[in-house]
Design a protein around this ligand. Sequence first.
Ligand code: SF4
Length: 404
Amino acid sequence: MNTPVGIYVSIPFCKAKCSFCNFASDVFGSERMDSYIDRLCREIVSARHEAQRTGAVLEASADSVYFGGGTPSLLSPDQFRRIFTALRGEFHISQEAEITVECAPGQLSSETLEALQREGMNRVSLGVQSFVDREARTVGRLHTGPECEAEIARLQAAGVSKTGLDLIVGLPHQTEASWRESVDRALESGVGHISVYMLEVDEDSRLGREALAGGVRYGAGDLPHEDDVAEWYEMGCELLQKAGTGQYEISNFARDGERSLHNMKYWRRLPYIGFGLDAHSMLLSENGSVRFQNPDGMNVYMNDPTGPFPMVGVEAQERPVERVSREAAFEESIFLGLRLNAGVRLTDLRESFGVEMVESLMPSMAEVCEAGLLTMDEERIRLTAKGRLASNEVFSRLLVAAAV
Ligand code: SF4
């Protein structure tokens, strides 16, 4: 078991809250940001102790670090320095490690960019969402299309070796033509990685509340029809594919050599550890694997009594840890692996879980294949293009069968 670990660091700060966002992120003052970094660093230095307590294997070497959020680019050079010092004290982060920082266009100062590059940051993921100003503005993004293009050019000129961006299909006011424009401009920008997310309107987001209660502020009345969104997603997949930015996961497209190595760990069930608000971890253990997660409320996280370094005056408690059963690991291997275009190797499943367990799934796999949602050959199972649009249905049909 010498698989290097992936490290996720949650930075849940944003300059403004986007209307569709249901992440555990918000707008906070600089004092709170600073005390959060202290808390985060204490968590990092306690990681090995925590892993030991839970019986998990935490490798000393790490080959990916991912700063997500939120908008991590809002941190100062000094705040990043403190985090990297804590990380390097606990982990050997290899020279070749993929180090990604999520940024919002126009929200990465040149000082922070330089500091990050000195720390080995080699990948930036930009939250563009749309190059069309009206769409970006309606959901609360603070940038324009030309500003996004200028930001990408700046990062490339500064020598950031891998750049990527996120787009959302299904935004208020979006049309087929405006979606196509965003995809075209993303390709023209020269980034090597593009993520495409279909907008899911969450009831707890501002947009979701407006969709339920009515109103005009967030454009809930101007959301495109879901059938159109599905068509545009497929059109986006084709345009990206034709331009050499091939799909490798339901929402992710990359040129050769530009896939996100960190995110691949999630889909391949490779070990990762998360630090910070709402961060999740999955580590291997002697008998399989364990999962645990941090609180998703800022006050709870800041005063979290779990772990070896509780806040002063708070009684230490043990953090709940889920020991992943063999059945649950089998299910995860299927629904996470099927997200990848490469699909799941049946030989790997048989080796890890036994022939019997895989055979038990064959009748329902055959049914899902019959419905045109899955393909299966001697070696692999894979979602079809239709299956990628109905992935939740496929997963639940297979998982019900796996649980029987
Ligand atoms: S910048 Fe990202 S994390 Fe922050 S509110 Fe917008 S979508 Fe959510």
